[in-house]
Design a binder for this molecule. Structure first.
Ligand code: NAI
Length: 334
């Protein structure tokens, strides 16, 4: 059987997901799309030979569609996730599940009422081979308990429209999810400190920033976000354990000797750095849907991510340490 998918939001990442599913992966095909920008959506539909629906709700409820992918702008995720749950269809929604914790809660309520897990959130770092290796090593306990984590999330340039809160809520939300998954526990506190402001931003923006998290068992994490580092896209994670340190592997690249120097290129942006993670993420989602389930990051993970990000934003505004309050995970998501 082939999973027939309808995608809402044919922008930058939506197009790459259509391309990877229809041209690289097995077991599924995007057969329809929808976008609020009709002309643009129709162009994408024509390019990939898809049916175009001006009304996303009509596409989601169409009987030819088995599963839905949502890659619209963040504020519209909730509407289309709820519509997919109502139609009883598996739905993959790009991160964040929704920009506000209340909206995430409404999705959780609707999904629990439906009686079946249908939603997967696009936290693709869990599928990166390097992070998967780290998780195995941590869980093996060979090096003892993790005590400290030092992480880095750098982009060459933030581009237009960037704001200070986006460092946590759009960028480090990936670390918030993947580090919670690596350690297998929730966070207790958040704090945000500022570095000296780079001259490449105006004085309305704080760049770089450092997010400091502690977990319930006391692991201390620092994540540097520097979104105008100028040199490329760079992700680092070092886990300091009781009897050794674990470093996130980077994608392999040949070392070049030229002009009296040694150079090992790094990725220019996230789409290059995490291409393998996206491919594995979608192949596993397709396989699970075909087997009648979803087993990746769920609505509860999306909710916890938003609660943590909002607590960090509050901490940044107040320049103090904020406590993170998260209820017990419902058994439905365990
Ligand atoms: P984009 O702006 O390029 O594309 C968004 C598309 O959604 C546009 O074509 C827009 O017309 C359409 N749209 C907006 N509102 C709509 C509505 N109500 N109904 C139908 N279509 C609507 O944005 P981009 O970069 O593709 O991001 C899309 C989503 O993917 C965002 O939620 C973003 O956070 C997430 N994302 C996740 C990444 C990851 O690392 N996992 C990386 C990049 C984006």
């Amino acid at each position: 059987m082939e999973l027939k998918i309808g995608l809402v939001g044919t922008g930058a990442i939506g197009r790459t997901h259509i391309d990877r599913i229809n041209n690289s992966l097995q077991g599924a095909r995007v057969i329809a799309c929808s976008d609020v920008n009709i002309n643009f959506g129709q162009e994408v539909a024509e390019k990939f030979n898809l049916a175009f629906f001006a009304d996303a709700h009509a596409m989601i409820s169409d009987s030819a569609i088995d599963a839905v992918i949502i890659t619209t702008a963040d504020p519209f995720h909730e509407e289309f996730v709820l519509a997919s749950i109502k139609a009883g269809k598996f739905v993959f929604v790009e991160k964040p599940l929704a920009p506000e914790a209340d909206a995430c809660k409404r999705i959780i309520d609707a999904e629990m009422t439906s009686g079946k897990r249908l939603v997967q959130v696009g936290f693709m770092r869990r599928y990166d081979p390097g992070y998967r290796q780290l998780k195995k090593l941590i869980e093996s306990k060979t090096y003892g308990e993790p005590l400290l984590l030092h992480c880095v999330h750098r982009n060459a340039s933030s581009g237009d429209g960037w704001t200070t809160p986006m460092a946590v809520e759009n960028s480090m939300i990936h670390e918030i999810d993947v580090l919670r998954w690596l350690l297998g526990e929730d966070y207790a506190t958040a704090e945000v400190q500022f570095g000296k402001r780079t001259r490449h931003v105006d004085d309305t923006i704080q760049d770089p920033q450092i997010l400091i998290l502690t977990t319930k068992s006391g692991v201390r994490i620092d994540v540097e976000s520097f979104v105008n580092c100028r040199y490329g896209y760079d992700i680092k994670c070092e886990v300091v354990c009781e009897e050794g340190t674990l470093n996130l592997a980077e994608p392999a690249n040949a070392m070049i000797r030229t002009n009296a120097s040694r150079v090992t290129p790094i990725c220019a942006d996230w789409s290059q750095r995490f291409v393998d993670a996206y491919n594995v993420e979608f192949q596993e989602w397709i396989n699970a849907c075909l087997a009648g389930r979803v087993d990746g990051p769920n609505s509860w993970d999306g909710y916890v991510g938003q609660v943590t990000a909002k607590a960090a934003s509050k901490a940044r505004e107040a320049q103090s340490v904020t406590t993170i309050e998260i209820e017990n995970c419902p058994s439905f998501y365990q």
